[in-house]
Design a protein around this ligand. Sequence first.
Ligand SMILES: NC(=O)c1ccc[n+]([C@@H]2O[C@H](COP(=O)([O-])OP(=O)(O)OC[C@H]3O[C@@H](n4cnc5c(N)ncnc54)[C@H](O)[C@@H]3O)[C@@H](O)[C@H]2O)c1
Length: 319
Amino acid sequence: MDKTILLTGSAGFIGFHVSRALLERGDSVIGVDNFNNYYDPKLKEDRNAILEKYHTYKLYRNDICDKDGLEKIFSTEKIDAICHLAMYAGVRNSIENPNLYLHVNIEGTSNILELAREYSINNTVIASTSSVYGDNPIPWKEDQRVENQVNPYGVSKRAAELLAKANHKLYKLNITMLRYFSVYGPWGRPDMAYFKFADSITKEEPIDVYNNGKLRRDFTYIDDIVKGTISAIDKPQNFEIYNLGNHKSEELGYFIELIEKNFGKKAEKNYLPMQEGDFLENFADIEKAKKDLGFEPKTSLEEGLKNFVEWYKEYYKIC
Ligand SMILES: NC(=O)c1ccc[n+]([C@@H]2O[C@H](COP(=O)([O-])OP(=O)(O)OC[C@H]3O[C@@H](n4cnc5c(N)ncnc54)[C@H](O)[C@@H]3O)[C@@H](O)[C@H]2O)c1
């Protein structure tokens, strides 16, 4: 039966793609987003304009920290499941604005959890992040102790996980936390490295490369993340945490080479030391998500970056 999903962060990168996939298969989506200016809000408006074409999509321009506003949405709409993605992402910005991350990611999440309980919505999926693992040894696995976060973003997300777990224990709410790993793809986030590289290459400006490019990331393509997220919505758990990663750690240097190849241009590189609050490598153990959610990432970095660059050129009208 078609479901109605309240999806926070629907104008964001991942929220847009998950919303579109849900709408395509016949579900209804109630989007919530405040279109903040952390990055160019026009990109959010353009994503939202695509979603508005579906008659089963409805948007509320609401801040998740405005509980009264949220309460009106919950009391008006019949909601079967919640997919809560609206949080502040980005390691660097969290170091500059720690309180913003604690406010939105913890208090905003608490509002969502309280309303889930009040309106007996027993299926909530929440975005977490690989950053909760901090400087833990790799591969990162869900049963590792996670108390080594290295930036306020990771701390705020870990706090959101703990809050969700306490809500599950107190009120028996089904909640699934998804630890996403370095998601990239078309309609992506301009504050992330791959997007900044694309911007700099097209403007013929130097790109900042940290730690001589000797960083490794488990880059995960958006379509794979969408499948994993929707599978989590479809298979409510009591309380579970899942890594959603590609299970392939790639060197940043190679990642840059692929972007250069797709643009047909070499980037001038500005080599810089390791950034404070960053980690050398992330690498997801995805056995648990495979087993419970049937999560099976399929997109290679070569294919994924080709798709991203094609979209970028078309969106920004670059020949
Ligand atoms: N993209 C990644 O690589 C990645 C990795 C790990 C975790 N995540 C998590 O996934 C989620 C989605 O990330 P994304 O990459 O799509 O980021 P995004 O910034 O593109 O999307 C977040 C959306 O939430 C909205 N939002 C933020 N604060 C809000 C508030 N107070 N009220 C209402 N709306 C608000 C923003 O306007 C934005 O449209 C986030 O929770 C992020 O922490 C993303």
